[in-house]
Ligand binder design. Structure first.
Ligand SMILES: [Zn+2]
Length: 115
């Protein structure tokens, strides 16, 4: 991986960790899986930090794979990932799901907070 690709993956893993903390908070507050809650765009741009509404169930579906991330539509990094929204969740206009291409998975798998 080049430095740009490493930087994209690093930022995605930082926002993933932040969203895991948010998810713990929503669960403590008793928000149900079918309800929407606030998360942060997990794209590779460190300046982004855009909010997104996801159902907790959809967030969990994204988190099951260490190589998938939820991003604001249009925030995908076409060089290192592809959009797989339809595979995991219902298509919507609030967020898209991206999966790292095979050549760019080392960092996202090594830092998976669920493993
Ligand atoms: Zn973003």
């Amino acid at each position: 991986m080049g430095r740009r690709e490493e930087s994209v993956a690093y930022n995605e893993t930082v926002f993933r960790k932040a969203n895991e903390d948010l998810r713990d908070e929503w669960r403590r507050m008793g928000i149900e899986r079918a309800a929407e809650a606030l998360f942060i765009c997990e794209c590779g741009d460190p300046a982004c930090k855009r909010p997104m509404q996801l159902r907790l169930a959809d967030y969990e579906a994204v988190r099951e794979d260490p190589n998938t991330f939820a991003v604001v539509p249009g925030h995908e990094d076409k060089a290192t990932e592809q959009i797989v929204t339809d595979e995991l969740v219902q298509r919507n206009d609030r967020f898209a799901v991206v999966r790292k291409r095979v050549a760019f998975r080392q960092d996202t798998e090594a830092t998976d907070p669920r493993r």
